[in-house]
Design a protein. Structure first.
Length: 114
């Protein structure tokens, strides 16, 4: 009976000692991915690619955290957040380019040049 109790206690302590994923880093990463989605990254091919990479790297990082490979997981989270931020920038750049193109076309129409 004592052996079973001791083994159970040891197992419980080992489970509690497993490193938990850094919540702040995961939340920051999720926020960057949401930002990319909100600014329309899925509609811009290059931005959509980086957004997908960010999602995949985040999921892989979660698996690595569960395995206890914290430093590798943290590196993946950093890369995923960078990809999400790049998706935001690419999406905003595309929006700005389209707005500028529309303004030029409007100016041409006002001048009477097709």
């Amino acid at each position: 009976m004592r052996i079973i109790l001791t083994l159970s206690l040891a197992g419980l302590l080992a489970a509690c000692a497993a490193p938990l994923p850094p919540t702040a880093k995961l939340e920051s990463n999720s926020a960057a991915i949401r930002s990319a989605e909100e600014v329309g990254a899925p509609k811009v091919p290059q931005a959509a690619l980086h957004l997908q990479m960010a999602r995949e790297q985040t999921e892989h990082a979660k698996v690595l955290f569960a395995k206890g490979e914290r430093s590798h997981a943290e590196g993946l989270l950093m890369r995923a957040e960078a990809d999400a931020n790049l998706a935001v920038a690419l999406s905003r750049g595309d929006t700005s380019r389209r707005e500028a193109q529309e303004a030029v076309e409007q100016a041409r129409k006002l001048r009477g040049n097709p």
